[in-house]
Structures are given as C-alpha cells and as structure tokens.
Design a protein around this ligand. Structure first.
Ligand SMILES: [Zn+2]
Length: 319
C-alpha cells in the first residue's frame, strides 16, 4: 500500500488508473467514474496489484472507502482478480457482473485452476490470490440493464466471443464505451491491435457478432483495459476483426501441420512482433512494445484458445 499510484484524468468525471501490472506501465487499466455519491471502478485488475489500484484512486483525489460500484466486463484474473479483496476492504462496494460470470466470483477455484494450467508456479507472483466475493455483495447484470453513475447511464451490452460472460458498458449520451477485452488489445501510442483469444470460451462467431454490434453504435471513443483511449473506433474494429480471423487461419494451418501450442504461439509471434516493432517510435521502444503486448495478452494463451475453439466447435475443419 506504500506504492505510488498513477491516475490520469480523462474527462470531468473519469480517470484512468494504471494498475502497474508487473511493475510496468500501460498493461492493465482500471477506470474510475466519479458520480454524485457514487464512485465506480470499471474492472479492477489483478489481486497482485490491489495496492497500486487503491493508490491510484487516492492519487486521483478520492477515498477508496467511498467506492460503491465495481463494474466488471468479465471475470478473468486481469479484470476481476482484485474484486474479492476489494469488497472485503471497502464497506460500500458492490460487484456488478454478468450472470454467467457471477458463480466464478463466488467460487474462484475453477478460474484459479485454469489459470494455473497456463501460468504454473508463476501464478502467485503474476496474479496473486483471487479471493471469493460473498454472494450478497454481487449484483447480477444482463444485456439491456442500465447502471447509473452520477450523470452517466451505462448500458450493459452482452458481448461474448472473448469470454462467454463478457459485457461491454455503453454510454449512449457520450457515445463512448468501456468495451473490455472484446475490443482487443491496443496500447496507447502503438498502432497495433492484437486479439486476446484465451481458452476456454473463444468463439469467432460470437466475437464477430459482438464487434458488429459495437461497430453499429458509431462510438467516438473506447476506453480499453489494455490500454487507454482509442478514437478511430471504426478502423480499430476493422483491424481487430481482420486479425482475429488471420490468426485463426494461422492456428488452423498449425493444427493441420500437427503443431503444438508452443509452435503455434511462435507462428503468431513471427506474424505480429515485426509489425508491433514497426509501429513503435524507435528501437528501444520497439522492444518494450513487443514485451508490453505479450504481458497484456500472451501468444501461448492465444494459441491454446484457438486450438480449443477449433477442436471443440469445428472438428470438421481439422479433417
Ligand atoms: Zn479477458
């Protein structure tokens, strides 16, 4: 809790908090919305970065004790990991989560187990321990619900594809959204969109539909968890959709060649890293950019996501 917090004001009622995942900037963001008696966080980052998150709230000039809403786009560890510890510390905080995600907050053991399969003994250092959220602190949400935070009305949009329990939060008046991971990973200052495609829920069909739905809103700005503000939203979604399918082709070719997850991950890296590096401003920045994208969403996890998707949903394509 002695950690220095990082917060940047975006609008009159909105702050970006950098949760400083792994001590790095621009990997995992939380957004603080200031209402009139409400104080909301959109996504809360990993359990391991709870201190940095709360220090960020303080740096923005607010008392964490006053937090009332924890709005989760989905329950993956980098978005919801700190939720259980937060409700234990914060007397007024309630957790808003899609109904399919809620059971995993009440009992995070399955989430922790599947993450441990990916991260092994690095689990604790990377993510910390996800504490359960007591059921009576959870507000289950579904498509079409509205959440009022001060002057903002946030519509819940069910947007599966990245995760079956994923929602985006849409502010119709300001024409902006907190789209979660279904809008991909694009780190501020680097013109590259990477699709985060983890197992077990990845569905290209669902994801396409979710992108179409978000595109149709004509959004002026996205607030990405990984990482920051995007203004050219039409172009962003176009690139995301194209790359999502390009990587699908790479994964499918790998499966036909009987490659394993490590080899398919290497194919993704070969396709993407030179392009990421090209978009960074200079040599040192290029190495950082490649590393930051990998921290935000890693290739191995993406390979495993596609492999499971094709094996489970499209065995006919593997013949
Ligand atoms: Zn996710």
């Amino acid at each position: 809790m002695e950690q220095a917090g990082f917060a940047r004001q975006l609008t009159d009622d909105l702050w970006l908090i950098d949760t400083q995942f792994q001590g790095e900037r621009q990997i995992i963001a939380s957004y603080l919305i200031v209402g009139d008696g409400e104080l909301a966080l959109v996504d809360v980052g990993a359990a391991a970065t709870l201190g940095a998150l709360l220090a960020g709230v303080c740096a923005a000039g607010f008392d964490p004790e006053d937090i009332t809403h924890l709005l989760l786009t989905h329950v993956h560890l980098d978005h919801a990991g700190a939720a259980g510890a937060l409700v234990r510390k914060l007397p007024h905080a309630r957790v808003y989560v899609h109904r399919i995600g809620a059971p995993h907050l009440i009992d995070p053991s399955r989430l922790m187990r599947s993450a441990t399969r990916i991260y092994g003994d690095k689990m604790e250092r990377l993510w910390g321990t996800m504490e359960p959220v007591p059921e009576d602190r959870i507000e289950v949400v579904d498509d079409g619900n509205e959440i009022q935070i001060g002057a903002r009305t946030l519509q819940v949009l069910y947007t599966p594809g990245h995760a079956i329990h994923h929602v985006a939060l849409y502010d119709e008046i300001r024409r902006v959204a907190f789209p979660g991971d279904v809008a991909g990973v694009s780190i501020e200052g680097i013109d590259f969109v990477r699709p985060p495609t983890p197992p077990p829920d990845l569905s290209l069909e669902d994801w396409d539909e979710s992108i179409t739905r978000l595109e149709a809103l004509g959004l002026e700005r996205l607030y990405l968890p990984h990482f920051g503000e995007i203004d050219a939203t039409a172009r962003h979604f176009g690139v995301l959709r194209r790359r999502l399918h390009e990587w699908g082709e790479i994964a499918l070719a790998g499966l036909h060649a009987e490659k394993d997850d490590v080899a398919i991950a290497a194919d993704f890296a070969r396709a993407a890293d030179p392009v990421i590096a090209e978009h960074a401003q200079n040599g040192a920045a290029a190495a950082d950019a490649v590393r930051h994208y990998e921290l935000a969403t890693n290739y191995l996890m993406s390979a495993q996501g596609y492999m499971r998707y094709y094996q489970k949903r499209h065995p006919e394509l593997l013949r």
